[in-house]
Design a protein around this ligand. Structure first.
Ligand code: ATP
Ligand code: MG
Length: 424
């Protein structure tokens, strides 16, 4: 066999030129989670298929057609690459009895896998950062999550990310509503598209989520979930709204927001941005008070959200000036003795906290200087046998006019750090 092997369709490489955007995002997120007191939980990328079927729901897009599932040849077990991480977090929390110690505020980060049609903003491997709070009934914690998100958009420098909220009520309220909705949709079945007809049987609330403009009117006139809501959910939803107003967070109520996963109840929300086109949701979440019991443990309230990193990075790239990281120093060395001495100097500079690219592979000083220029480094540190003999270095600023100076390693550090810090 010959020919180039390419990446799997819908799964992307992040090249070094893009890496600084990811790093900016990751650094911001880590600091953001720290100030809210969330701790990280890392779960495997593979889980037993049954975990997702039981939690996400058999009649959802994800479980019906988007999961990467295979049989482990060794024991016949069905395994699935995680399409999302809430189920895995809950599984881990139960398995390790974490709720025993009290409510848990957790976060995770990593790749998720869904067999979708690849398009702008929709990939087969994509990345999420998610937050889960287990053991807290809300709505105070739901408000915390939304305030958190709003802070993250500010920290990232993003504008135009808006919040839509809804409440799905209790499981009983939803069941009552489901009956009414199915009756209504059945009366108008001839107007439904194929997708909605399928959903009508399997997961009727999802019909409300249809993006087909031909169905807009039918959906607008459908019975409202709000009319079936239970007292408790209504009160919690009112309270959440007043907490959001007090926190100065703008939102709109979207009665058609139902979320694609079965495990949601109570408050649900999405953060959207118009500039993203059809795939406009950057973050989604809500309460899932029934999930812990559904996975086989003592019932406990829970809520959380997940954000799609690729979609956020599109916005960051457009709106935020993120400078690529460059080394402080490119170290040039030529000559036997100088090569050894130069390697030692590089380590000393790194001891002082400087980012140093040590030239490898030989070549003339002229050729090395070209590489130093291309590296973006702020300074060249040059070591020939001459410098090696005197145990000094030559320092040359690369991004501003300035003379090449001879200095001890210690003075070189002073020169570089002074200028490096007054630069930034
Ligand atoms: P959508 O309606 O776009 O399919 P979803 O309801 O399936 O979204 P969630 O499961 O709520 O999405 O995931 C949370 C976030 O993860 C989404 O808001 C989105 O930003 C991101 N996301 C989901 N699926 C993908 C994908 N295939 N590619 C890239 N990002 C995704
Ligand atoms: Mg989806």
């Amino acid at each position: 066999m010959s020919g180039k092997i390419q990446a799997v369709r819908g799964m992307n490489d992040v090249l070094p030129e893009e890496a600084h955007l990811w790093e900016f995002f990751e650094d911001t997120v880590r600091e953001w989670l720290r100030v809210y007191g969330y701790r990280s939980l890392r779960t495997p990328i593979l889980e037993k298929t049954d975990l997702f079927v039981r939690s996400i729901g058999a009649a959802t897009d994800i479980v019906e057609k988007e999961m990467y599932t295979f049989t482990d040849e060794l024991n016949g077990e069905s395994l699935t690459l995680r399409p999302e991480a809430t189920a895995a977090c809950v599984r881990a929390v139960i398995e390790h009895n974490l709720l025993y110690a009290g409510p848990q505020r957790l976060w995770y980060w990593g790749p998720m896998f869904r067999h979708e049609r690849p398009q702008k903003g929709r990939y087969r491997q994509f990345h999420q950062v998610g937050v889960e709070a287990l053991g807290l009934p809300g709505p105070d914690i739901d408000a915390e999550h939304l305030v958190m998100c709003a802070r993250l958009w500010r920290l990232l420098g993003l504008r135009g990310v808006t919040l839509e909220v809804n409440t799905l009520g209790s499981a009983e309220a939803r069941a009552r509503y489901r009956t009414r909705l199915v009756q209504y949709l059945e009366r108008h079945e001839e107007r439904l598209d194929a997708d909605s007809k399928r959903r009508l049987r399997a997961n009727p609330l999802r019909v409300l989520d249809s993006k087909n403009p031909a169905l807009a009117e039918l959906i607008a006139q459908a019975p409202k979930l709000a009319d079936d809501l239970d007292e408790r959910s209504m009160k919690a939803f009112d309270e959440l709204q007043s907490l959001l107003r007090e926190a100065g967070i703008d939102f709109s109520i979207n009665a058609r927001l139902v979320r694609g996963l079965d495990y949601y109840n109570g408050a649900v929300y999405e953060w959207v941005c118009d500039r993203l086109g059809a795939q406009n949701a950057v973050c989604a979440g809500g309460r899932y008070d029934g999930l812990i019991e559904q996975i086989g443990a003592k019932p406990a309230p829970a809520c959380g959200f997940a954000m799609g990193i690729e979609r956020l990075l599109v916005l960051i790239k457009e709106e935020v000036q993120v400078t690529a990281r460059v080394p402080d120093v490119y170290l040039l060395r030529q000559g036997d003795r100088a090569e050894r001495y130069g390697a030692r100097v590089a380590e000393l500079l790194r001891d002082a906290g400087l980012a140093v690219v040590l030239h490898c592979g030989g070549g003339s000083f002229k050729a090395q200087m070209k590489k130093a220029d291309a590296s973006g480094a702020r300074f060249a540190v040059i070591v020939g046998d001459d410098e090696a003999g005197a145990e000094v270095v030559s320092v040359k600023p690369l991004r501003e006019v300035g003379e090449q100076l001879r200095a001890s390693v210690r003075d070189a550090v002073a020169i570089i750090t002074n200028r490096a810090s007054s630069d930034s």
